[in-house]
Ligand binder design. Sequence first.
Ligand SMILES: NC(=O)c1ccc[n+]([C@@H]2O[C@H](COP(=O)([O-])OP(=O)(O)OC[C@H]3O[C@@H](n4cnc5c(N)ncnc54)[C@H](OP(=O)(O)O)[C@@H]3O)[C@@H](O)[C@H]2O)c1
Length: 251
Amino acid sequence: MEKLALITGGSGGLGECLAAELAAKGYRPVLVGRKEKKLQAVAARCGGEIFVCDLSEKEECRRLYEAYRKRPVQILINCAGFGVYGDFAGTELEEEMEMAAVNSLAVHRLTKLFLPDMERRGGCILNVASSAGLAPGGPYMAAYYATKAYVVSLTLGIAEELRAHKSRAYVGAFCPGPIDTPFFDRAGIGAAVKGAEPLQMARAAIRGMEKRKILIVPGTANRLACLAARLLPTRPVLAVNRRIQEKKGRK
Ligand SMILES: NC(=O)c1ccc[n+]([C@@H]2O[C@H](COP(=O)([O-])OP(=O)(O)OC[C@H]3O[C@@H](n4cnc5c(N)ncnc54)[C@H](OP(=O)(O)O)[C@@H]3O)[C@@H](O)[C@H]2O)c1
């Protein structure tokens, strides 16, 4: 029987690697993004089908759901997202609102829409957050960090509800550190440290999902950094984050 893995942000970066890995495991990827040619190129490499839509618009999230609600979507990975960099006083409000719509609200909407079907027939929703979502805040990427904290909190809250009523559905949050993808170009920044290989990160995400881990934090250094951010006092952690972000802006 056909098994679909619907991957938002499937037109490149981490999303493409997730699609390739899931295709190798027998899923038919559904690649979702705005750029048709890029989606077609990924589909030519990984197989599967494409769905062109702009997830910053709520009607488009609904259109995606309506198109797939009757098909056997066993995995939904909410991976689409982007970052906005700069001093909060100087960044564009509308760009940040669009970022919040894609990074947080589309994740919220699609989880809300697909989860009941997955509770009935079983299925997995993996929400791609970031180590940024586990930090107390991110100077110079304040709004981006906030969008990812939203995803982590929403996902973990739902995960515990599902556990309490022994649901057949799974939700989890994936919190990687920097990954070597076009993310940094779009945000107009450089990486402070060398990013991880996207294929390695995709594998870690899928391994975590298969083990039904509700919080997947890949890599020892990343795990330690996330732990320190939670245990240490807030002010020094924010100061370290500021220095890291300043370094990104200089590249
Ligand atoms: N790279 C990192 O260091 C890093 C670290 C932690 C977490 N993450 C997260 O990982 C996820 C994937 O990012 P990436 O690193 O793979 O970056 P990427 O290569 O820039 O990919 C971003 C994806 O999001 C899609 N997207 C952006 N806006 C969209 C919209 N309005 N509607 C539909 N799709 C949209 C893009 O597709 P189109 O352009 O075709 O629309 C693209 O496929 C993001 O959520 C990011 O926040 C990245």
